[in-house]
Design a protein around this ligand. Sequence first.
Ligand SMILES: C[S@@+](CC[C@H](N)C(=O)[O-])C[C@H]1O[C@@H](n2cnc3c(N)ncnc32)[C@H](O)[C@@H]1O
Length: 226
Amino acid sequence: MGYELSHIKSYVLRAGRMSAAQRRSYETLAEGFIVPFVPEPVDLPHIFGNENPVTLEIGFGMGIATAMIAEDNPQKNYLGVEVHRPGIGRLLWEIEKRSVSNIRIIEYDAVEVLEKMIRPSSLSAFHIFFPDPWPKKRHHKRRLITRPFTDMLAEKLCPGGYIYMVTDWADYGDWALAELSATPALKNRYAGFAEHQNWRPETKFERKGLEKQHEVRELYFIRDLV
Ligand SMILES: C[S@@+](CC[C@H](N)C(=O)[O-])C[C@H]1O[C@@H](n2cnc3c(N)ncnc32)[C@H](O)[C@@H]1O
């Protein structure tokens, strides 16, 4: 299916220096865990070496929550997509520390990864934790959770698969609730915002938001069975 997706980026590459440990992890582990971007559909079972269900996480930041979730769920696979290289180095470090084998990373814009590399109905879930909120009105066009991108997310999920998004920006929460509710192939699992999912560890951006007294809003939508 073709989508008229915006070519405006949902991120600005942050300069952030890599620590020595992140650089070492990046240099030694990239080959085993980073999947290069290719402009064509990929075979996920081949990438992971098994047929386990795949959750794709957009923008894992430092990836500590990603590594914890993957460690807690060895029967599932996790594909993390991120553009911030120090964060990728950090997640690689966590992968080694925790000896997890069910994570792969793509260092590229998630919009293009989904458009080009991911086949329809091939994912069991999306995790999107604290996406850049772009609070200024003139920047709202950069917000990731916007139709028709949400239609593409739905198309990549297998029936019954879910999208779990969390934000500490009230206005982005309201916006995302409206956009996801308006996506025909998705159904809200809750009436409005979701209950807190206890299995999700706190993330770095969540902690920063809570320190500023931001309220955290969770959204949980399911791909329709039809
Ligand atoms: C506000 S941070 C949140 C990081 C992490 N999930 C957390 O909660 O600590 C958003 C992250 O999403 C990444 N990001 C934004 N748009 C992206 C895109 N289109 N593709 C890949 N990563 C993206 C940014 O690089 C950034 O690291």
